[in-house]
Design a protein around this ligand. Structure first.
Ligand code: MN9
Length: 301
C-alpha cells in the first residue's frame, strides 16, 4: 500500500474558480464535477475556489450549493486548498453554507457582500461576522467584485472589514491596481488574491500573492508557467504568457465567458454539456472559433 503525503495547503496560491457542470436535464453532474477537480489539480494549481461567480452559485439552491461543496471535497481528497464561496443575499443562507464548508474540510470561506438591498456599513460588517462565527475558525476571504455586486468598497471600507476577527484576506476582482498596491502596503501579510485573469500578471506585480480564476480551469498549466517565469525574474516571459492567455480570454469575453468555457471543457471531454443555468445565456453563433483553442489546449496537456 502506498501512503500519500498530503500537499501543504497554500492559500496564497493559484486556485481554479470551479464551474458547475450539469447533465442534459440541467441537474448537477457529480462525475463531471470530479473531472473538473482532477483537471485543475492535475495542472499544478494550488487549490479550488468552489461556488463563486464561475460556479453560477447564485443560480443554485442552497441545497445544491451544499452538494457541490461536499462532492468537491470528496473528489479533491486533501490534494489542494479548498475555498468555499458562501456569499448570499440572506445571512442565514450564508451561515448555513459556511457550516457546510467547515464540516466538509474546507480551508477557508469567502463571500461577496449581501447584494440587492442597500445595507449600511454596519449591517455588512454584521453579515461578515456572522459568517466567521458559522465557519467555525476557518479564515474568511472578502470577495470584492463591484462589477457584479454593484457595491464599491473604498480602501477605508476594506480596512474596516479587514479589522474584523477572522477576516484573513481579499479576493480582489477590480481593475484598480492602485487599490491592490494600497492593500499590500497597508497589510504586508494579507492574503490578497487577484480576481481578473486578464490582469493576473498586473495583480501579482501590484501586490497580490495569488489568484483565483475561471480560466485556470481550462489553462491552469499556462498560469502556473506564468507565475514560474515571474518568480524566476523573467518578467518579459511572464508577459508573453499573459498575452497568450489573453488572446483566449478576448474570445471568451466576446462569446460569453461561462458558456464559452463550458463549450471548451465539453470539447476537451471534461464535462458533458455546455449548459448554463438560465437566465445565463447559451452560446451564440460562431462557436467554431473556439474549436481551434480546444485543439491547442488538447495538444498542450
Ligand atoms: O473568479 C472570475 N471573475 C468573475 C474569477 O467571473 C467575476 C474571472 O476569472 C473572470 O471570469 C475572468 C474573465 O473576465 O477574469
Amino acid at each position: 500500500m502506498t501512503t500519500r503525503t498530503p500537499r501543504p495547503v497554500r492559500l496564497a496560491g493559484l486556485h481554479a474558480a470551479l464551474m458547475t457542470p450539469y447533465d442534459e436535464a440541467g441537474e448537477i453532474s457529480k462525475p463531471c464535477l470530479a473531472r473538473l477537480v482532477e483537471r485543475a489539480l492535475g495542472h499544478g494549481l494550488d487549490g479550488i475556489y468552489v461556488g463563486g461567480s464561475t460556479g453560477e452559485s447564485l443560480l443554485l439552491s442552497v441545497t445544491e450549493r451544499e452538494l457541490v461543496f461536499r462532492e468537491v471535497a470528496q473528489a479533491a481528497a486533501g490534494r489542494g486548498a479548498l475555498i468555499g464561496h458562501v456569499g448570499a443575499i440572506a445571512t442565514r443562507d450564508a451561515e448555513r453554507l459556511a457550516r457546510c464548508c467547515a464540516a466538509s474540510g474546507y480551508h477557508a470561506v469567502s463571500a461577496i457582500p449581501p447584494i440587492y438591498f442597500r445595507h449600511s456599513v454596519s449591517a455588512v460588517r454584521d453579515y461578515y461576522s456572522a459568517i466567521v462565527q458559522a465557519a467555525g475558525g476557518l479564515p474568511l476571504i472578502i470577495y470584492n467584485v463591484p462589477a457584479m455586486t454593484g457595491i464599491q468598497f473604498s480602501l477605508a471600507d476594506l480596512k474596516g472589514l479587514l479589522s474584523l476577527p477572522g477576516v484573513a484576506g481579499v479576493k480582489q476582482t477590480v481593475v484598480d491596481m492602485y487599490q491592490m498596491e494600497q492593500l499590500r502596503r497597508a497589510y504586508p501579510d494579507l492574503l490578497l488574491l487577484n480576481g481578473f485573469d486578464e490582469m493576473l500578471l498586473a495583480g501579482l506585480v501590484s501586490g497580490a500573492n495569488g489568484g483565483i480564476g475561471s480560466t485556470y480551469g481550462i489553462m491552469g498549466h499556462r498560469w502556473v508557467e506564468m507565475r514560474r517565469r515571474l518568480e524566476a525574474g523573467d518578467v518579459r516571459g511572464a508577459f508573453e504568457m499573459q498575452s497568450r492567455c489573453n488572446q483566449v480570454i478576448d474570445l471568451l469575453v466576446e462569446l460569453g465567458v461561462f458558456p464559452a468555457l463550458k463549450y471548451l471543457l465539453a470539447r476537451l471531454g471534461v464535462i458533458r454539456t455546455p449548459l448554463c443555468r438560465k437566465p445565463m445565456a447559451s452560446l451564440g453563433p460562431a462557436v467554431e472559433r473556439l474549436d481551434e483553442v480546444a485543439r491547442e489546449l488538447a495538444r498542450e496537456c
